[in-house]
Design a protein around this ligand. Structure first.
Ligand SMILES: Cc1ncc(C[n+]2csc(CCOP(=O)(O)OP(=O)(O)O)c2C)c(N)n1
Ligand SMILES: [Mg+2]
Length: 607
């Protein structure tokens, strides 16, 4: 057997750099890295050795680098992913939140934190946690619950099994998620005689599991019997590339489609059967259909509480639940009749099995009524002096957008408002991280989206709170010449949580700066801040100025930041649904007692 002598780190990076997807592209597009002890000498040297064929990028924070990597994989519909490596200790732990983000959203990312010496000679090393009761632990064990595959590399030859397992996990549609290979620093530098064949490029095809015939028959019968079915389109529709198949299926049988945050844009907003966003941040058109539905057909959805209205949305007592999902875990949820399969394959086979069946036509009045209610909220304001609302900001961005615009966001007021109001013209035009809703995903995420689709017009919507939490990759975007537009809505605090606090009977407290324990009101100059990192930036005073600023974005290269002050109080009053947030059972506040009473009443709708 021909062998080649390489360090474990060199072997790892060489292997990773030649794995391919079905289109013949490298499955892993490159590696984000921040070096320290634990990866600079081993992994650093290995990455340098292949830098001309496989790129290494340097960010500012391990968590946000991972956000870029994850957003990239999401926008690529999981057909490609990225690697992120860190030093040991704090650098490693900075990636734990991002690992959970990827886990919740079922997105592939390969995290390679450095780890302590396997040989333990110099222990305790700088940044090493010492656990008196367990010699096998390091801080990297925190990755175990947030990884779909975790391994600790304590001998070079373990890579021969660990790396294919890592690839298998990321490219398996049901198992897909973050992989952590915790790489002991002494092992990274150790040499081994590797079989040359290990480095032969390998194609990882994402398989499309077919449904079990019995499950297919049961679900076909349920659809045939249904008088008022509804399809809930989740993120799995995008991952399976099943958007066109879903549109065809819905049209053929006349079934209304509603969309989750991850599923939004599966059908164009103006498709006659797209009844809009579902659930807590849903449209009245979608939620009315769901309330009365006798068959709920989830396609690629996890049935998160924002989708199901904490399981109080589906009010028809005789309703049946079907879950078409590639992961049995999701297909079996909440007593659903499972159809465990790839969404594209399942929809095709169901369509064939249903023949010329046709469901009773859905109500035609619901969509026009929804848009008649909400469209005025996004119009440019008549009173130019009033503080703009977030809804008016969305309107301005929407008017500036086009077919290639991707609006993206993760936390704050905007996810709910965009879910309700944004009109996505085609699949992939809406990129929302609302599985983990991680503040600080936004700017780094926009970088990942732009790296995935350089020709698209990426618009990042971020609140002042999220921007303050994590913004430093703006400097990376400037240095890498990555062009996207960020709209910062500055409402001087955590507007959405302030409203949630009021909604649960709480006093306004510690969310807006106006109610925080501070002496001086905030005077954060976001435009100057972004400008200092190398972005082109502007503060606008009105929706009209926002429109003018947005119109210039094509002419600007590198990141472009537009800041606008908005009113923290208004949210779209139409649509929506109750969301279970536990209200205190005992309180000195009447408002809390009243909210508790309402809470108990609403819980009775859960089924
Ligand atoms: C990392 C993280 N911490 C806390 C939260 C809880 N949280 C969700 S939104 C939010 C406030 C967001 O404020 P901002 O970005 O200014 O948006 P606004 O609601 O004011 O528009 C908080 C604290 C979160 N989602 N993520
Ligand atoms: Mg805010």
């Amino acid at each position: 057997m021909a062998t080649i002598r390489l360090t474990a780190a060199q072997a790892m990076m060489r292997y990773l750099s030649v794995q391919q997807n079905e289109d013949g592209e490298t499955y892993l597009a490159g590696c984000w890295a921040i070096f320290g002890h634990g990866n600079v000498a081993g992994i650093g040297e290995a990455l340098h050795g292949i830098k001309d064929t496989w790129p290494t990028w340097r960010g500012q924070n391990e968590q946000s680098m991972a956000h870029s990597a994850i957003a990239y994989a999401k926008q690529m519909r999981r057909t490609r992913a990225m690697v992120v490596t860190s030093s040991i200790g704090p650098g490693a732990l900075n990636m734990v939140t991002a690992a959970a983000l990827a886990h919740v959203n079922r997105l592939p990312v390969l995290l390679i934190p450095g780890d302590v010496f396997a040989g333990r000679g110099p222990d305790p090393v700088l940044q090493q946690l010492e656990t008196p009761s367990d010699g096998s632990l390091s801080v990297n064990d925190c990755f175990r619950p947030v990884s779909r595959y975790f391994d600790r590399i304590t001998r070079p030859e373990q890579l021969l099994t660990a790396l294919p397992r890592a690839m298998r996990t990321m490219t398996d549609p049901a198992e897909c998620g973050p992989v952590t290979l915790s790489f002991c620093q002494d092992v990274q530098a150790e040499a081994y005689d590797w079989p040359e064949a290990f480095f032969t490029p390998k194609v990882w095809r994402i398989r499309r599991p077919h449904p079990d015939p019995v499950e297919l028959e049961s679900v076909t019968a349920l659809i045939r019997a249904a008088k008022r079915p509804v399809i809930i389109a989740g993120g799995g529709v995008h991952f399976a590339g099943a958007d066109a198949a879903l549109a065809a299926f819905a049209q053929r049988f006349d079934i209304p489609v509603v969309e989750t945050q991850a599923g939004k844009s599966a059908l164009p907003w103006d498709h006659p059967l797209n009844f809009g966003p579902v659930g807590v941040t849903g449209a009245s058109s979608a939620n009315t259909v769901c309330e009365t539905a006798d068959l709920i057909l989830g396609v690629g959805t996890r049935f998160q509480d924002f989708t199901t209205g904490s399981w109080a949305l589906f009010k028809n007592k005789d309703r049946r639940l079907v879950s078409i999902n590639v992961a049995a875990y999701d297909a079996m949820k909440h007593g659903a009749e499972p159809l465990c399969a790839d969404a594209l394959v399942a929809l095709g086979q169901l369509q064939a099995a249903l023949g010329d069946h046709r469901c009773p036509a859905p109500r035609g009045d619901l969509k026009p009524a929804w848009f008649a209610a909400v469209d005025p909220l996004t119009d440019a304001p008549g009173d130019a002096n009033a503080l703009p609302t977030d809804q008016q900001v969305i309107g301005a961005v929407q008017r500036a957008g086009h077919l290639e615009t991707v609006v993206m966001c993760a936390a704050g007021t905007m996810p709910g408002e965009l879910h309700k109001l944004w009109k996505a013209p085609k699949p992939g035009a809406y990129h929302m991280e609302y599985g983990f809703s991680t503040m600080g995903y936004e700017i780094a995420g926009a970088i990942g989206i732009k790296m995935a689709q350089p020709d698209r017009d990426v618009i990042c919507m971020v609140g002042d709170g999220s921007y303050m939490m994590m913004n430093s990759e703006m400097a990376t975007a400037a240095m890498m010449g990555i062009s996207f537009t960020t709209v910062i809505t500055d409402n001087r605090g955590y507007g959405c949580i302030n409203r949630l606090q009021m909604g649960t009977g709480g006093a306004e407290f510690n969310n807006l700066y106006a109610h925080a324990n501070i002496t001086n009101p905030p005077r954060i100059d976001f435009a100057a801040h972004a400008g200092a990192m190398g972005a082109t930036s502007v503060k606008v005073a009105s929706i009209a100025e926002l429109e003018t600023a947005l119109a210039r974005r094509d002419q600007i290269s590198g990141p472009y930041v537009i800041v606008i002050d908005t009113d923290p109080y208004p949210s779209t009053p139409h649509g929506g649904h109750w969301w279970e947030v536990a209200v205190p059972e005992v309180s000195a506040r009447t408002q809390v007692n009243n909210a508790r009473q309402q809470y108990e009443t609403q819980r009775k709708d859960q089924a």
